[in-house]
Write a protein that binds this ligand. Sequence first.
Ligand code: ZN
Length: 233
Amino acid sequence: MLISDIEIEVIKKNIKNMHLSVLPPTGKVRISAPLSAKDQAIELFAITKIGWIKKQIEKFENQPRQSEREYVSGESHYLWGRRYRMEIKHTKTANNVEIKANKLILTVRENSTQQQREKVMNEWYRAEIKAKLPALFEKWEEIIGVKADTVKVKNMLTRWGTCNVKDKRVWINLQLAKKPIECLEYVVVHELVHLLEKNHTSVFVEYMDKFLPNWWVIKDQLNSFIMDRYLEE
Ligand SMILES: [Zn+2]
């Protein structure tokens, strides 16, 4: 069930009242409902709680999380699904990120904090994604026959992408730069298909099957990445 761009998992079980939870660590939203509850009633319940849900998700996205990365030499970092060994170099001037053979060279001030290094890396990932997006959108907008008015790249902890159907605005998670490029392509297709079908209905799935027949393999792959990441933490 999709309410205000938020994916809500509905589980029906033998209980008396509806129960809403926003689960750590990703802010996944779940409604447990009595077996007899009608979809419409569940939807209405979700809508009345949407303010609270959004607040909880925001909390998960903004909480200072214990990063699995320290941004030190020898660490593994990924770009487009390939693994690189981080090498830290120090500078007194501009930060830089550079790939050389199997090394990812992060040049930062010597006393920079973990958060500052993470920010430099994320800006680099953002630039990598932004370089790929125009061609991907051009290709898929033509195939699918829709057009996104705004495309933004954002660091998100709970979603790989979102689509505001009304404003035709697509947000892409910059973390996708770490995954194989077909994952980014899948998210682009998924979000554009939302411009044809707002919710994850059987119609939505039919479109996905038509445009990207192996979408579910890539989706599984993406979900396993999320798990890995949180298992690491
Ligand atoms: Zn979706």
